[in-house]
Design a protein around this ligand. Structure first.
Ligand code: PBG
Length: 331
């Protein structure tokens, strides 16, 4: 009795109505974190070559954008600031500037749309003359010194009004360092979303274009981030990273990128009692946009299928550049 012809799975696919009743994964605007790129200047809305229909905003145009996003129902923003070249060094000086672009954005956002949650990125790459997430010494990214700077950077964001600190640097012990410094400074209510399982992925390319933050060495030769971001072949290591970040005080753990790492999202959801966030990164966006622009895939279907698969795998929330497309498609 437990198989064909008594059971016919197609009964539950026979009409739109029955398909909707048995639908297991439904996306809503409440599931998303929205990245936003910031630049200095005024009245700027700059196109990003490798991210069609995504822009860099100066603070004044960002303010209008915030209201648009809030009206769409967006609950959370992930700001990324493109630092001026002349402000970059190997110490994260600009990252700690309480009047830096990121900090000014956070203050403006909290005044303009106080309910919009701000998840601020903590890592040194946009501020580093080497494009690295940490301080470089003798060709190495030094761990503990970097953590000290990241912790101070987190406090600077918290002072500006950030709701969650999102360390994306992959240094060991940075979650503990940030938690401790936040608590010492009276920001115990500020949360941490850790980029816990962040892979050394080629899919960050367009993001590095957007922020002009591609890693290089002293001779300006392109470098990778393989001494701190993870090897794409590893999963045990991902679970260990997640476990340690939770122990150190992460409120939310992230897997990044998303589509090539759905198994990691799934496993993290099974193994831990902490919400899992997934980042559908810039290269995933660029890939789908380019393919659709060539007429090779159906854009809207690809957007919905990719996002649905990330949620099905176990993500409680998804950072994605497709939020406006999602809202348009589902309206
Ligand atoms: C910086 C950071 C990166 C991304 C988010 N934060 C780039 C990197 O690690 O090189 C990538 C996001 C994307 O590709 O959309 N630490």
């Amino acid at each position: 009795m437990s198989t064909f012809p008594y059971l016919r799975n197609r009964r539950l696919r026979a009409s739109r109505a029955i398909r909707s009743l048995v639908d297991e994964t439904r996306l809503s605007i409440d599931d998303f974190l929205c990245p936003i790129f910031l630049i200095e200047g005024q009245n700027e809305k700059q196109a990003i070559g490798s991210m069609p229909n995504y822009f860099r905003y100066s603070l004044d145009t960002a303010k209008d954008e915030l209201k648009i996003l809030q009206d769409m129902g967006v609950k959370a923003l992930m700001p990324f600031a493109k630092a001026l070249d002349e402000s970059k060094d190997n110490a994260g000086t600009e990252a700690l500037n309480d009047d830096g672009l990121m900090q000014r954005f956070i203050r403006m956002a909290k005044e303009t749309c106080p309910e919009l949650l701000i998840f601020s990125d903590v890592a040194l790459d946009p501020y580093s003359s080497f494009g690295h997430d940490g301080i470089v010494k003798n060709g190495k990214i030094v761990n503990d010194e970097t953590c000290d700077v990241l912790a101070k950077m987190a406090v600077s964001h918290a002072k500006a009004g950030a709701d969650f600190i999102a360390p994306s640097d992959m240094m060991d012990g940075r979650v503990a360092a940030i938690r401790e410094e936040l608590d010492d400074e009276g920001f115990e209510e500020v949360g941490i979303m850790a980029y816990s399982a962040k892979y050394a992925s080629c899919f960050y390319g367009p993001f590095r274009d957007a922020l002009d933050s591609a890693p290089v060495d002293e001779k300006d030769v392109p470098k990778d981030k393989k001494t701190y971001q993870m090897n794409p072949g590893n999963s045990i290591e991902a679970l260990r990273e997640i476990e340690m970040d939770i122990d150190e005080g992460a409120d939310i753990v992230m897997v990044k990128p998303a589509m090539a790492y759905l198994d990691i999202i799934y496993q993290a959801k099974q193994d831990f009692n902490t919400p899992v966030s997934a980042y559908q990164v810039s290269g995933e966006y660029a890939m789908l946009k380019a393919s659709a622009a060539n007429g090779w895939i159906d854009h809207d279907a690809a957007v919905m299928e990719s996002l649905t698969s990330i949620k099905r795998a176990g993500a409680s929330m998804i950072a994605s550049y497709f939020i406006k497309d999602f809202v348009r498609i589902t309206q």
